[in-house]
Design a protein around this ligand. Structure first.
Ligand SMILES: C[S@@+](CC[C@H](N)C(=O)[O-])C[C@H]1O[C@@H](n2cnc3c(N)ncnc32)[C@H](O)[C@@H]1O
Length: 404
């Protein structure tokens, strides 16, 4: 956390970012880019702003309760919330003009009440707590607490360009301190507050920013040079680029999605990463899938999901989402599994993956699929728990096609 208060201008920026997210429903990353572009903030100050805004969103209900304001009142009462945030973290108050004062007695009695309400203390909305309890039982309490922690920063070394050791050395020369992550051969943890995207290493495509847990997903696919591989929900290509590196640029890697703008972004990232064997294809209907029947040695289905495993990184989602979205997502996940698995060759392996920690989106989906498709068998599966690993939460299942 911080060791000195925010400046008045940074405090105003935090309030403005929060208002955009909470009143206008803007995703946090877009609210940041809208505010930061053109401002030329020094990286350390930008980092402090994102630390505070991220922490407030991770425990929004707690801070709003302590300040006695409603989230939708951020524009009017944000200064009071920011004062409370500083008090809570034992910092002097920021020097804002016209800031609303905090009644210290009221704050102290609210703090004492909140300390005895674990769900509020962990920054969890009621609907999410009920869902987590129902799905994970006793394990939910640890996951709930882990999901309100600040996320660590991780990089994935682009092995098409350099080794992990070479990247550590090059980044050290750019004043970026990193350390290898045990158990994830491509991952580095970033230990300094550096602006990663301004480094020469990034511009030269030596790394991508990617959570260590996420790196385990493409690793499980085990794509080899020369194979035909399909990444059917590729998005902007976080995992596609990792697969391209596994394939050492040899063979055919088809990245598909239903959103063209994401595939365009993927192409741009692919150029920087020297991932020359990636081809993109927009899914325009069931025909796009049918044409690829029995064509893939490896198939990644990184399906749309609730994203409840990555709430540390996207804390705004829990104030926007509702439990009603889950059944809709689950139907889409099952549809993708049933229909896209036809693209796999006999003997080929598919990886079904989510960034969720809910069994209903994970193992239960796999079991339902296998129950209806005897031509496939489960090789193994893994749940990456935020509480146990410190990474974001993911699930992956490796499934083999054993007959046509
Ligand atoms: C979890 S995200 C993928 C993230 C990506 N693999 C990465 O590593 O950056 C899921 C993706 O599925 C896409 N999607 C949604 N519906 C789909 C469908 N019916 N078929 C294929 N992709 C779909 C979304 O546009 C989104 O990009």
């Amino acid at each position: 956390m911080l060791n000195s208060p925010l400046s008045a201008s940074s405090t105003e920026l935090v309030i403005s970012v929060l208002s955009l997210v909470l009143s206008q429903g803007k995703p946090l990353d877009r609210a940041y880019s809208q505010h930061f572009s053109g401002l030329q903030l020094v990286p350390a100050e930008q980092a402090r702003i994102t630390i505070v805004a991220g922490d407030i969103l991770r425990r929004l209900n707690l801070y709003c309760y302590l300040a006695d304001i409603k989230p939708e009142e951020m524009e009017r009462f944000g200064s009071k919330l920011l004062n409370v945030w500083h008090l809570f973290h034992g910092l002097d108050l920021p020097k804002m003009q016209y800031a609303l004062p905090v009644d210290r007695e009221d704050y102290a009695s609210r703090l004492a009440i909140a300390q005895n309400q674990p769900v509020l203390w962990d920054g969890c909305p009621q609907w999410l707590d009920e869902l987590g309890q129902a799905q994970l039982g006793d394990n939910w309490v640890q996951e709930r607490a882990a999901l309100n922690q600040a996320p660590k920063r991780y990089l994935r070394v682009n092995e098409l360009k350099c080794s992990r050791e070479q990247l550590v050395e090059k980044l050290a020369g750019e004043y970026v301190l990193t350390q290898a992550v045990e158990g994830v051969s491509t991952a580095l943890e970033v230990l300094s507050d550096s602006a990663l995207f301004r480094t020469e290493s990034f511009k030269a495509g030596w790394f991508e920013q990617q959570d260590a847990g996420s790196q385990l997903v493409a690793a499980a696919l085990d794509a080899k040079p020369g194979m035909r591989v399909i990444d059917a929900c590729a998005g902007a290509g976080g995992k596609t680029l990792h697969i391209a590196a596994q394939m050492q640029g040899k063979g055919r890697l088809l990245a598909m999605d239903v959103e063209q703008w994401k595939l365009d972004k993927l192409k741009e990232r692919g150029r920087r990463a020297h991932a020359h064997n990636v081809e993109t294809r927009l899914i325009v209907g069931s025909k796009t899938i049918k044409r690829l029947k029995l064509s893939a040695d490896r198939l990644l289905l990184d399906v749309p999901c609730s994203g409840l495993g990555v709430l540390k990184r996207n804390p705004d989602a829990k104030w926007r989402d509702t439990p009603e979205r889950l059944p809709v997502l689950m139907e889409l996940q099952q549809h993708i599994l049933q229909s896209y698995s036809r693209m796999l060759k006999v003997g080929g392996i598919l990886v079904y993956a989510t960034c969720s920690i809910l069994p209903d989106e994970n193992r239960n989906q796999v079991d339902a699929f296998l129950g209806a498709n005897p031509n496939f068998r489960l090789l193994d599966d893994e749940s990456i728990s935020p509480a146990a690993s410190g990474f974001d939460g993911f699930y992956l299942a490796r499934i083999e096609r054993i007959a046509e």
